[in-house]
Design a binder for this molecule. Sequence first.
Ligand SMILES: Nc1nc2c(ncn2[C@@H]2O[C@H](COP(=O)(O)OP(=O)(O)OP(=O)(O)O)[C@@H](O)[C@H]2O)c(=O)[nH]1
Ligand SMILES: [Mg+2]
Length: 530
Amino acid sequence: MSIDRCLANLDEAIEAANALGLDSRSAVATRDTVRARLGFPSSAYILALVGGTGVGKSTLLNAIAGADVSPASARRPTTSGAVAWVPSSRGRELADLLRWVGVSKTREHAGDALADLAVLDLPDVDSIVLEHRQLVDALLPRVDAVAWIVDPEKYMDHVMHGSYLKEFAPRIRRQIVVLNRSDLLSPADASRVAEDMRGQLRRDGAGDIEVVATRAKEGAGGIEGLRTWLESGVEAKRVVVSRVAVEAREAVRDLAADAGVVGGTKNPLVEPTRRERALSSVTRGALAVVDIAALERQAVGATRFAARRHGAGPLGALTSAIYRLIGRKRTSADPAAFLNRWQVRGSLAPAVEPLLELITATLPSVPAPLRRGLAALSAPTSLEHRLAETVDRSLAGEAASFRVPTSVLWTVIGAAQYLVTAVLVFSALWFGSLFVIHDAPVGSISVPYLGPVPTPVALLAAALVLGYLLAKLLQLHAGWLGRRWAKRIGARITGEVRQRVVDELLAPLDRFEASRAALNKAVSAADDCP
Ligand SMILES: Nc1nc2c(ncn2[C@@H]2O[C@H](COP(=O)(O)OP(=O)(O)OP(=O)(O)O)[C@@H](O)[C@H]2O)c(=O)[nH]1
Ligand SMILES: [Mg+2]
């Protein structure tokens, strides 16, 4: 992976961390620092000598230089600013970089050896002078390589291990530990101390760092091990790039650890089956407030009402008009209006309860830095409000597209009912005329069991029976059609609400998980940084 891709990976991780509400300031600072470092030429790299006071950092630099470039003395502390020893051939090229790093004094040398290296002598990290430590802390993220200097007295020092090696060693590729003043120990003790040091470094999480013993006071002859390491053929450009890459990788890992993303495994915060269960409960709760069964009754009512208007003949038209007048249709046969009034039928508070419970139950297992972001997603009022909006949107769309079904059969039945009514009126008039006009014409029809029945009476009875049968047929057909329609809209609304609850209510949680997945991906990709 190229270094550019590696830094882009860090950008993606920062973006994901921000989306999760994590504190990404340190990662952003790292990114800015490494980008700035890459902006300087890297035909030489910068090595810092870091350690406690009096361990012999200045003496070591003088031994490397073969000259007095940084005053060393028994006075504690001695060095108060960063001193750089640089090849004069690189003096101009390195000037800006050294200023950016925080170097106050530069000593140039004309030698050909170590021509791609600038060595910094720094103040002590365990200083009684606060500024010394601050200077080292500010400068360390900007140097390319480090020689950690210890001596037989201070090699287990907790400032050195706890604050520096633990934190910085994993973020540096080119580094060495120098056990100086080893002349104070017997050779056997010196190798035992070096071994102890290696063990402690592993416990610090610093891994296997080379440890060399030196006697800086003896000059060039006392630092062979260090000299060999300094001269071992490493390309400056590689040192710089790998330092930047390691910083980027560690920054990504830190963000991933904050997000509880570990070891490249997919571990969603909310277990899918529990999430599924909560979702079903929320949907059920919301649909209970909407009241699908009542909606279906309204739909059947509306269909019957329409059927009556078309197919009930003159009397049906009359009852429809009366119903409309007294508003019965509005209350019992208007599914769209019924849906639009869903909010007055109950509160959604119980419906969001399962989701709240799910998030509350998940919070304790969520890494602390993530909790604030996740808790914000589950504020009860905002959740309820969002669910209400979601349901509203689902229903509004559906209600607008309601079309009460109709049928030509109703029109046919309606026409037949007009006919039946006409026969009814005619036979009633005829029957009535029998009492008024004495010799009105009247025949009779022979009916089984009853014998001869006057034709108007038989006609009247037949019309009544036929009218009843037609009304019944209309009612049955409208009921059948209405129920079919009701089932269809009931199912559609159930599906729509469910879908929207998934899409909209869980969207923030899903985005949350997506950001964690992005961090997961970034942390695996970071392993491929150069
Ligand atoms: N015996 C012995 N003494 C040494 C050795 N290296 C340095 N010293 C002495 O240790 C004392 C401190 O050396 P410095 O080089 O000033 O130490 P420093 O790490 O630069 O100290 P600060 O600048 O205060 O951080 C001096 O008196 C050196 O002469 C060594 O290898 N053996
Ligand atoms: Mg010094």
